[in-house]
Design a protein around this ligand. Structure first.
Ligand SMILES: Cc1cc2nc3c(=O)[nH]c(=O)nc-3n(C[C@H](O)[C@H](O)[C@H](O)COP(=O)(O)O)c2cc1C
Length: 362
């Protein structure tokens, strides 16, 4: 067992935010980390549109390593890819504390952090210490400052600054904790955002040569009309947009929640998000499967959960909240169980299992 896994019972005695900060400090020290080879499970997968080559399909979701400080130590737990951020152009403190809550009885988390981060300058300095892909693909998730008077300009700035140093980029318009941000998912705003981001990406590509994939990260709280607007917009920008990450946290509070902090405002993640985010993933996959790469995120804490997302149409998956309860050693277990499930169903690769539950493929 690694030191971070051994220390988990102690860390859990701290407040959630102090626990996170202690974990980041511990990871930076780099003591007692495992050296799990990400390709040991024979579950390599290539994302068809973006061309991203992953040693396994299990990634770290954005928000854990907001400042790109610990992606190298985190890679040692066996992740197939890692996403740093969300980073905003200017440093910002985020919302007042407390702003992070464990819903222990529900295996859930509520956060209203509000993109607390050290800003792009710091992020890029950290990211460029390591060549992209030196550990595994490392993505940069970009967002907008709370006080910005042009959110879209902040995404352009983020894309331009991180492009040379990241393996892929994520345009995050789905955090519920920056007022107005989710409004960018609306029909007209999304078209404008994608137009301007497409131009920023093309410029960066001309400047730096290498082509970097870009993903759009969406919320799970979308009705049918909003989903079809997103489908239309991403199709219009399919020339440069590689895919979608589905999903961010939810504003829903399922009636099944039992924890005392269930009424806190913010985005809910972890087990209570699994069903909803998988449904949105499957709905989006029924439209976009084969056209775009889809990354499934939300409530994954086991090989079964990861496998369900893959069968629903995800080429790869990401997780965060389950690490709060189970520690980073969970990544190896999820990978091992996922490999066993894939082969038990007679698939010879992850790619064969992708979308197996979709009517068009089943
Ligand atoms: C504490 C916390 C902070 C997060 N911060 C971000 C963020 O900065 N950017 C982002 O795109 N998603 C962020 N997320 C959302 C996660 O990346 C992920 O989409 C969501 O939590 C669902 O996955 P999970 O259930 O495995 O946690 C955050 C989640 C948590 C729990």
């Amino acid at each position: 067992m690694s030191l971070p896994d051994l220390a988990l019972p102690l860390v859990k005695k701290l407040s959630p935010e102090a626990a996170h900060n202690a974990t980041i400090h511990g990871l930076k020290l780099g003591i007692g980390l495992p050296k799990t080879s990400p390709d040991r499970w024979g579950t390599a997968v290539e994302l068809p549109k973006s061309g991203l080559k992953l040693a396994n399909p299990v990634g770290l979701a954005a928000g854990f390593d907001k400042n790109a400080e610990v992606f190298r130590p985190m890679a040692r737990f066996g992740f197939g890819f890692l996403e740093c951020g969300t980073v905003t152009p200017q440093p910002q403190p985020g919302n007042p504390k407390p702003r992070l809550f464990r819903l222990s009885e529900d295996d859930g988390v509520i956060n209203r952090l509000g993109f607390n981060n050290h800003g792009l300058g710091y992020f890029v300095r950290r990211l460029r210490r390591v060549a992209p892909d030196a550990v595994c693909p490392v993505g940069a998730n970009v967002g907008a400052n709370k006080t910005s008077d042009d959110f879209i300009a902040d995404y352009e700035t983020g894309i331009t600054a991180t492009y040379p140093h990241a393996s892929y980029l994520t345009i995050n318009i789905s955090s519920p904790n920056t007022p107005g941000l989710r409004g960018l998912q609306g029909k007209e705003a999304l078209q404008t955002l994608l137009e301007r981001c497409g131009i920023a990406l093309a410029r960066a590509k001309d400047l730096h040569g290498a082509e970097k994939p870009a993903f759009l990260k969406i919320a799970p709280d979308l009705d049918e009309a909003e989903m079809s607007d997103i489908v239309e917009a991403v199709r219009d920008h399919g020339a440069w947009l590689s895919g979608l990450i589905i999903s961010n946290t939810t504003l829903d509070r399922p009636s099944s929640l039992m924890s005392a902090d269930a009424g806190e405002s913010g985005g809910l993640s972890g087990a209570p998000l699994f069903e909803k985010s998988t449904r949105v993933l499957k709905d989006m996959a029924s439209e976009l499967f084969g056209e775009f790469d889809l990354i499934g995120c939300g409530g994954i804490s086991s090989g079964e959960d990861a496998y369900a997302k893959i069968r629903a149409g995800a080429h790869a998956v990401q997780l965060y909240s389950a690490l709060v309860y189970h520690g980073p050693g969970l990544v190896a277990k999820i990978n091992a169980d996922l490999a066993a499930l894939i082969s038990a169903d007679g698939f010879s690769s992850v790619a064969e299992a992708v979308g197996a539950d979709l009517p068009s493929r089943g």
